[in-house]
Ligand binder design. Structure first.
Ligand SMILES: NC(=O)c1ccc[n+]([C@@H]2O[C@H](COP(=O)([O-])OP(=O)(O)OC[C@H]3O[C@@H](n4cnc5c(N)ncnc54)[C@H](O)[C@@H]3O)[C@@H](O)[C@H]2O)c1
Length: 313
């Protein structure tokens, strides 16, 4: 597929990087975003831009004209917001996805790529494998499971091909540096670079499977073309397990500066203690193995953050 792509949530972290890559690959791209957590400066200049909500069926329908594929990244990307406002999470993330699917059905758009989440596994056996029993521990996780199944049902009903990645902990350029409720790596870097205290929740022994944004984007690009990726949810991670304490230490080393860590805050509700993905399916289906060269990848992220903070104070 090389036709026009609609990137919902394309003013956010992952969506903007997807849009950038599609444009680099010579594709026509329209970004569709309500700007609730996104930023105009993330939207590539070469992309068309529509400000609109994912629950606006009419506007979606209008903008799906001539679109060949939808990259659907518009969502509230926060476990914390979901715990605080479960009905908002449900409406934004699940009703929004179903509204988009209806608009795709009614305009004949036949492909959608979607980021589900590691949170669908909850506290579970490590490494987490796609076929294991899911154990959602937050409304956000429930919403992602519902989305996965809505996507799969619209495939069975209408032949709209879904590609579903369960993305673990993404980091890299364009991640928000100031949002305390999502994206821990960007937030820690933002605290360090702006001399702001970093509130550590829990004891820092919680582990995550981090993955660099370019590797996330690469997997999505490979999957758009791969028939075996259709209706076949896949983990997207590196099969590594790093504690938050070690991750902050590595960021400090690369940045050459200590974080002002504030300890003693309670573990956040809905959070999961340990994550690590089995990534054998990713290898088998896409022939893709992320490099997990964290030091170099954090260097690139911090370089970007420095430049970004000069331009967007
Ligand atoms: N960042 C990660 O590590 C990660 C991991 C797993 C899954 N995901 C998923 O990837 C997607 C993108 O996450 P992100 O980290 O880039 O977050 P982000 O907040 O940077 O991007 C989300 C974008 O969607 C937009 N948006 C939100 N609600 C909308 C609505 N109702 N209508 C239109 N636009 C709306 C926001 O303005 C924002 O630009 C989300 O679905 C998230 O759940 C992210």
């Amino acid at each position: 597929m090389k036709g026009k792509a609609l990137v919902t949530g394309g003013a956010g972290f992952i969506g903007s990087k997807i849009a950038e890559r599609l444009i680099d690959d010579g594709r026509e791209v329209v970004v569709y975003d309500d700007m609730s957590t996104g930023h105009q400066h993330n939207v590539p200049k070469e992309a068309g831009f529509v400000k609109g909500s994912i629950d606006n069926y009419g506007l979606l329908r209008k903008n799906l004209k001539d679109v060949e594929v939808v990259y659907h990244f518009a969502a509230s990307a926060s476990v914390i917001v979901g715990v605080e406002q479960p009905v908002f999470d449900l409406e934004n993330n699940v009703k929004g996805t179903v509204t988009l699917l209806n608009a795709m059905r009614d305009t004949g758009v036949k492909k959608i790529l979607f980021p589900s989440s590691s949170t669908v596994y909850g506290e579970n056996k490590i490494p987490m494998k796609e076929d294991m029993q899911l154990n959602p521990m937050s409304p956000y996780a429930v919403g992602k499971i519902a989305d996965e199944f809505y996507l799969r049902s619209y495939y069975n009903l209408y032949g709209i091909e879904p590609v579903i990645f369960r993305v673990f902990n993404a980091f890299g350029p364009n991640q928000d540096l100031n949002n305390t409720k999502q994206g821990i790596t960007g937030f820690v870097i933002g605290c360090i670079m702006q001399n702001r205290p970093f509130p550590l929740h829990g004891d820092g022994k919680q582990t995550r499977d981090y993955i660099y944004i370019d590797e996330v984007v690469e997997a999505f690009m490979l999957a758009e073309e791969e028939k075996r990726a259709v209706n076949n949810p896949m983990n997207l991670a590196c099969n590594t397990q790093t504690s938050l304490n070690d991750w902050v230490e590595l960021i400090e080393e690369v940045a050459g500066k200590k974080a002002k860590t504030q300890k003693g805050n309670p573990f956040r509700q809905g959070d999961v203690m340990h994550y690590r993905a089995d990534v054998s399916k990713l290898g088998k289906v896409l022939g893709f193995k992320p490099k997990a060269n964290f030091e170099g990848q954090l260097e690139e992220t911090i370089e970007w953050a420095k430049e970004h903070l000069k331009k967007h104070k």
